[in-house]
Design a protein. Structure first.
Length: 127
């Protein structure tokens, strides 16, 4: 697949998961310093990996949340909880991912995961 096809596929996936303000609009609003990075994220993360058909997007979302908890990436947890909900993952499934992360990543990491997921759920009127 050509780079421009991956880019367009990535833009579409970003917009489906996170809304139009986090797709083309976000990439095009970047300055010279960060634009190439956002284009890389769009092609590589969203076009090449999220665009694969071997795992459903909901499964990818749950895996991503678990990995972000393990890495302690609070802001990214927030984005990916929103994306998970848009990918059809239920609030209950997100809770179970965080419970599983508590065992394998540690209670402090899960506390942070729950705090950030709860904030997103509240913002979306689901908590």
């Amino acid at each position: 697949m050509a780079d421009d096809e991956l880019y367009e596929k990535g833009i579409a996936i970003r917009e489906e998961m996170l809304g139009p303000e986090h797709g083309r609009a976000k990439v095009e609003s970047q300055g010279d310093f960060t634009r190439e990075f956002e284009e890389l994220v769009t092609r590589y993360c969203f076009g090449s990996v999220w665009g694969r058909e071997q795992l459903p997007r909901g499964t990818r979302s749950m895996l991503t949340i678990a990995m972000l908890v393990a890495l302690g990436r609070a802001q990214e947890i927030r984005w990916h909880v929103k994306g998970a909900l848009n990918n059809g993952v239920s609030k209950e499934e997100i809770r179970e991912v965080l419970m599983q992360a508590a065992v394998y990543c540690g209670i402090p990491a899960a506390v942070d995961g729950f705090r950030n997921a709860s904030a997103v759920l509240a913002e979306m009127g689901l908590e």
